[in-house]
Design a protein around this ligand. Structure first.
Ligand SMILES: Nc1ncnc2c1ncn2[C@@H]1O[C@H](COP(=O)(O)OP(=O)(O)OP(=O)(O)O)[C@@H](O)[C@H]1O
Length: 311
């Protein structure tokens, strides 16, 4: 086996560098054949993939990603964009702060254990990938596509000067919670129109709209507990805001992974889902922020091979 490794040293607030040193040593100790590619700036993981695929000599057995969910997203997105004849399997060593994909797939957050899951693997595992078309833009998500509450938290947290400090002191979740309270109080509701199997549903008081490829969001919250990463299906949750007290109740259920128990939650499942959101709202794809906009989304499923023994 020959592995190509793409590393985001900045992931996990700089933890990527340390983890790469550990993994490099483990690979040498176990006489594993590999080549490495360090990403030096935002957006580079995708560029590295596209560049490597241009070389006719590039035939690795597997591409290992060392980084957070954003890095994994970019690598898979680049690989799918390149339309390979035989897709190169991907494996992942999580170094982010959220690590929702690792939870959803079953990958240890201990880097050496995650490496062993890769080296001990003997078969291809196929994962589902969410595909979207939003107006004229197309892309994928490996975790979730969120609009409203969760995306506004991602935006507020990224904009906060506290984020770096709190992440550095392993208190990133505190930053999320403090921003969540602010968004909860201030965010107005919005229109959501869902079309599933030619039925239309209108929710004039939307507050949170999340499509999920596996159960987890925001660093371990179970937004779609029944969702499985190897099943060709997506789950959409639309949570409505009515009076402040019932919203608080619904958000508490969301935070403890029981959003489906709220009478203000509406759940849809399918291989294709269409929905529109207006007026302009914040969005997030796999934890990366989208600028506020009206959404006109068509979601569908695709798949990609993975080379890692699930826990
Ligand atoms: N050397 C680099 N410096 C800064 N950013 C980088 C670098 N290399 C890649 N990136 C960008 O970092 C972004 C996000 O990284 P990623 O999600 O992997 O880590 P993270 O943000 O620490 O994880 P989490 O989202 O779980 O907190 C990606 O968009 C990627 O393009």
């Amino acid at each position: 086996m020959h592995y190509e490794i793409i590393i985001n040293p900045a992931s996990g607030s700089g933890k990527g560098t340390q983890v790469w040193k550990i993994i490099q040593q483990a690979l040498h100790d176990q006489h594993v054949s590999f080549s490495d590619h360090i990403s030096h700036s935002a957006g580079q993981p995708r560029q590295i993939v596209l560049q490597l695929l241009q070389s006719p000599a590039f035939h690795p057995d597997c591409i290992i990603v060392i980084g957070g969910d954003g890095t994994l997203h970019e690598v898979i997105s680049g690989l799918m964009q390149a339309k390979q004849n035989v897709p190169i399997p991907v494996a992942y060593i999580p170094v982010g702060t959220g690590n929702d994909f690792a939870r959803g797939y079953g990958i240890s957050t201990n880097p050496t254990q995650a490496l062993q899951q890769i080296l001990n693997n003997h078969q291809i595992h196929t994962i589902n990938i969410g595909k979207f078309k939003n107006n004229d833009e197309r892309g994928i998500f490996i975790n979730n596509f969120g609009i409203g509450f969760d995306a506004a938290i991602v935006h507020q947290t990224n904009a906060s000067k506290m984020k770096r400090f709190l992440n550095h002191h392993h208190l990133g979740s505190l930053s999320y919670i403090s921003k969540a309270i602010g968004v909860l109080i201030h965010q107005p509701s919005f229109n959501v129109q869902v079309t599933v199997d030619s039925h239309q549903y209108h929710f004039p008081n939307g507050f949170l709209v999340v499509s999920s490829n596996h159960p987890y969001i925001g660093g371990g919250i179970q937004v779609a507990p029944d969702q499985k990463i190897n099943q060709t299906e997506l789950e959409l949750v639309v949570l409505e805001k009515h009076d402040p007290l019932s919203l608080l109740g619904a958000i508490i259920l969301f935070a403890i992974g029981k959003v489906a128990h709220s009478r203000f939650a509406h759940i849809f499942r399918g291989t294709t889902i269409k929905y529109q959101v207006s007026p302009a709202q914040h969005g997030q794809i796999d934890g990366e922020e989208l600028s506020p906009q009206c959404f006109n989304l068509q979601l569908s499923c695709s798949s990609y091979p993975f080379w890692e023994e699930p826990l």
